[in-house]
Write a protein that binds this ligand. Sequence first.
Ligand code: COA
Length: 334
Amino acid sequence: MFDLKIIGTGSFIPETLVTNEMMATIVDTNDEWITSRTGISNRRLSSGEPTWYMGAEAARKALAASGIDALAIDMIVVTTITPDYYTPSTACIIQDELGAKNAFCFDMNAACTGFVYALDMAGRYLSTPGINNILIVASENISKIVDYSDRSTCVLFGDGASAAIVSRAQPGDSSALLSTVLGAEGDGGGFLVSRALDLKHPFVADDKIWPDRFNHTAGHFIGMAGQDVYKFAVRSMSDSIMKAAEKANIGMDELHYIVPHQANSRIVEAAARRMKVDPAILIQRMQDFGNTSSASIPICLDEMIREGKLKRGDKVAISGFGGGLTYGAAIFVY
Ligand code: COA
């Protein structure tokens, strides 16, 4: 257990709204197929904003909600698989945007599980002296790596960013990070691939360059074995949440909400059946936003907090799964 309290959240949802009907004008698909297979009706795509900008806007809102000064932030971690630069990191750019001069900064890639990994990391850093406030930003322009001529992937994803400021809980606070369960299955890495820049320099012949490890042919565009990812997602989501509950020593019926990664409503519903939980506690917002990778969980949390749905003292399980393959769950008291 870690003394961790979420003291402010904020999101940036880009304005460009792309409906299923609009997707049907660019690939051979239709609203009925997309809705019945995924639960997604709309997604928002960047209107041109880079990943750092979306993250910085989300972070500004989180800062305002927290009431702390940017100079009080000790660490900034940005989760993203779609940064604008190899260097500087998105976190360094956001530090500059906020004037958070006292923070150390880095980006972290755990694909769609990024926010769960970052929350675990935050709990551990906060348990050491000298770190009091951590800014976690999840910012994703997945549209940069989506092939809009591939109907099996392009209908799934959306862009967006969300941020949370987490601080050390004080004596008397009910807030805490009760447990985390993180994992990875690198042997499934080939099920979800997007390639980075190729090796190429003046002192290597083209025929010496190794073939792609995953036989990936779509370059930086996402290639996905949909059914393999689906099975992994259902298994890892349900297993990790149940393990996290066991670790926290609480029953599944004590959870007020489960906020899963928003990939596909069928994944969420199949995992719910495996966990035998009341579907009413599952948060599903993929119908409006699509799969925004690591931003999907904090976007939901921010919305729940702003709507007053999530109350202090509520027990929440979050669960991520995705490229890597990575997975993770965390249970916290808000
Ligand atoms: N519109 C219409 N038809 C489509 C389509 C689309 N957007 N995308 C695929 N199809 C077609 C396929 O071409 C295939 O046609 P065929 O039988 O003529 O070859 C048919 O639908 C069935 O394809 P299949 O891949 O078996 O569908 P599915 O039931 O597995 O659903 C996914 C596909 C992608 C929705 C599903 O596998 C899934 O959700 N996987 C997990 C993906 C995910 O969430 N990834 C991110 C994790 S972070």
